[in-house]
Ligand binder design. Structure first.
Ligand code: TTP
Ligand code: CA
Ligand code: CA
Length: 650
């Protein structure tokens, strides 16, 4: 048994001292209420994730510098290699100059024509014939996820997978139950008692934070204050997280970092505060100090366009300065919604829930060809890989047990700056298999090739969407395509008047409540180099070493002033950030669908004929004669330029 984390003081019978918290607030903890001031949320993020996966797989020494390579670029760098100054921006050649002992492991790839991915020795030079597979990392991600869930009491857990290597945990209910066990005086003696009555003070004079990085307080006085129940709650949360991390380390050999705080935003900032292999606790009493030292552009959602807008409006990046701005000024500059959201956010307020639904909404497998693919047979070889890739992921989603299944399949094909897309429904009734997907994909390709010149082809992408999983309102991209124009006027989620939310809750609420299908279009944290997709978008590395995916379309109109959830996945076309790679792919599909809608409105030449497309609908994008301003702007001015057709992943 570990040493008790508390130092008990002698009971204070008969004294006036009370906690600042009430029985009601304590009880709210049990129901994960976001309004409980005792709330405990943790964010866990794996250190140098892909690099660790390779280290564990290869069984290399922990101090061996290692980077994960994709073509000539690096997509993950372990901490020993970072000590040499190696980062994601480096090419393999540069990195090896910095550290000749660097182990650069190429990601697994599907070789053209193969029916499974593998680690190929020569992959780096085979960009033309191989396609990246991130399956090995997904597999590890799932194992970690499972272990985390197993480490928590089944009936008292709320776990949100936030990306391939991170999770949020709402520990409130578990902490509540531990509090009641350890401190029986917290159980209210009788229900007749007034729930607004203050709790007795914690019988504790000092808390043992073990190896946690504690965020300092503003002044020594605040530290000297006796701990209150929020400190005790967060300490219990920290113990839980420490155990989970030890369990992951022991069982799967991965290190991770974590943040423990009173909400998601702070916990996420905490997990990145000290890396690797550390956890940071941000007590409520330390929030002000923690944030005021920081640039607000580090806060989730404030790294992108919105951040820039705020910098130019307030002439500062420092939270400390921004704290002086009255809410009215923020509303004036940013609109009511965003103004209030920002005002709360820089004060550490974030009432978004940890959302335990982790459903995938679409899956995509794609490849940019350099050199291009020149005939139907060659393309079909890739379709086979795409079908195998998607099918293996569908199996994990429970397609064999009919737990979930996609309704639609789409193929996008790019030739000479023009992208054509076909979609069809996936026949229901029998269990979906790989051969069916492959046949459907081939048929879509035939439809496209019959339509006109199709070769050389620069990019092919196959996606499935419209998952049926019993969740009402789960709208995938399939619905977009099938419903056609007029569905959405902008990249913003529509406001659902029937759901009353406080301003700062809206972005996440929208994601969950209003329209899960569109939640992904909210910009998030900047930083993806593009090779990070969990969904196997294959990123071609140009000679510059910059990752780039070619696809088509233009930016959705955005106000640029919407608070945004966090992500590591950015659409560089419109600066939107997405929760994960799957979301990024759906987002791209959304761009595509929207482009087509715009195209139709603008030119009335959108081919909507079903001729030759009996099962599906036909979409033809215009040639890319005008590509300027393919990137979105926050102003919403960037309407579809006729024929815009390039989409870059920065
Ligand atoms: P991150 O969690 O952003 O980074 P990391 O785990 O490599 O390093 P850290 O210790 O700082 O958390 O991303 C998780 C994985 O996602 C990363 O290992 C590789 C992949 N990824 C990319 O391929 N490209 C990218 O631009 C980013 C940001 C991530
Ligand atoms: Ca990470
Ligand atoms: Ca991460």
């Amino acid at each position: 048994m570990p040493s008790p984390p508390f130092q008990m003081s002698s009971p204070l019978h008969g004294t006036e001292r009370r906690s600042q918290f009430t029985y009601r607030q304590l009880n709210l903890l049990a129901s994960y209420s976001t309004s409980s001031p005792l709330r405990v949320v943790a964010h866990i993020d794996l250190d140098a994730f892909y690099a660790q996966c390779e280290m564990v797989r290869l069984g290399v020494a922990e101090d061996q510098p290692l980077a994960v390579q994709q073509w000539q670029g690096l997509i993950a760098v372990n901490y020993p290699a970072r000590a040499f100054g190696i980062g994601r921006h480096c090419t393999v050649t540069d990195a090896k100059k910095l550290c000749p002992g660097l182990l650069a492991q190429h990601v697994a790839t599907w070789k053209e024509g193969d029916d499974r991915w593998a680690y190929h020795e020569d992959a780096a030079s085979q960009i033309g014939t191989h396609k990246v597979s991130l399956d090995p990392y997904r597999l590890q991600s799932r194992k970690i996820m499972t272990l985390i869930k197993e480490s928590l009491p089944p009936d008292l857990q709320k776990v949100e997978k936030a990306s391939i290597d991170e999770v949020f945990l709402d520990l409130s209910a578990q902490v509540h139950s531990i509090l009641l066990q350890r401190f029986p005086e917290l159980s209210r003696p009788s229900l007749a008692d007034d729930p607004s009555e203050r709790l007795p003070p914690p019988p504790i004079t000092a808390l043992d934070w073990q190896a946690d990085a504690l965020v300092d307080l503003e002044d020594a006085e605040a530290e000297a204050d006796d701990p209150d129940w929020d400190d005790v709650a967060i300490l219990i949360g920290s113990e839980i997280v420490r155990d989970i991390r030890a369990n992951i380390r022991r069982t799967l050999r991965y290190t991770c970092s974590a943040g423990i705080a009173g909400n998601k935003m702070l916990s996420k900032l905490g997990s990145g505060y000290r890396k690797p292999n550390q956890q940071t606790v941000i007590r409520n009493r330390a929030v002000k100090r923690f944030l005021s030292d920081m640039k607000f552009t580090k806060i989730r959602n404030l790294g992108g366009k919105l951040g820039e807008q705020i910098v130019s409006a307030f002439h500062t990046e420092a939270i400390e300065d921004l704290l002086l701005a009255p809410v009215e000024q923020m509303k004036r500059n940013l609109g009511d919604h965003t103004g209030v959201w920002l005002y709360n956010t820089i004060r550490g307020t974030d009432a978004t829930e940890v959302n335990s639904r982790t459903q995938i909404k679409s899956m995509l497998s794609a490849k940019s060809f350099r050199p291009s693919v020149n005939n139907y047979e060659q393309a079909v070889k890739w379709l086979r890989i795409f079908a195998a890739d998607i099918f293996s992921r569908l199996v994990e989603e429970g397609v064999l047990e009919n737990r979930r299944r996609p309704k639609t399949i789409s193929l996008h094909h790019r030739h000479d700056g023009q992208t054509r897309s076909r979609q069809s429904s996936i026949p229901q009734g029998k269990t979906l298999d790989e051969a069916t997907l492959f046949e459907l994909a081939k048929s879509l390709l035939s439809q496209i090739t019959q339509e006109g010149r199709a070769w050389p082809c620069a990019n092919l992408s196959l996606s499935v969407g419209g998952f049926e999983d019993g969740i009402t309102g789960n709208r995938g991209i399939g619905d977009f395509l099938l419903k056609g124009p007029g569905v959405h006027e902008s990249g913003e989620a529509p406001r659902d008047a029937s759901v009353e939310l406080s301003a700062h809750e809206r972005p996440e609420k929208k994601r969950r409540v209003d329209n899960p299908g569109i939640q992904r279009f909210f910009p998030r944290k900047r930083g993806s180099s593009g090779g990070d997709d969990e969904g196997n978008i294959d990123v071609g590395m140009a000679d510059t070493g910059k990752a780039q995916i070619e696809t088509r379309g233009t930016s959705p109109k955005r106000t640029g002033s919407n608070p945004k959830p966090m992500t590591d996945y950015m659409c560089t076309r419109c600066d939107a950030g997405l929760v994960d790679a799957e979301a990024l792919q759906s987002h791209l599909d959304w761009h595509f669908a929207r482009d087509l809608q715009e195209e139709e409105r603008g030119r009335q030449t959108f081919a909507r004929s079903h001729a030759g497309a009996p099962r599906g609908q036909r979409f033809v994008a215009a040639p890319s004669s005008s590509r300027k301003s393919a990137r979105g702007s926050a102003s919403g001015k960037n309407k579809l330029e006729q024929g815009q057709s390039r989409l870059k992943f920065g």
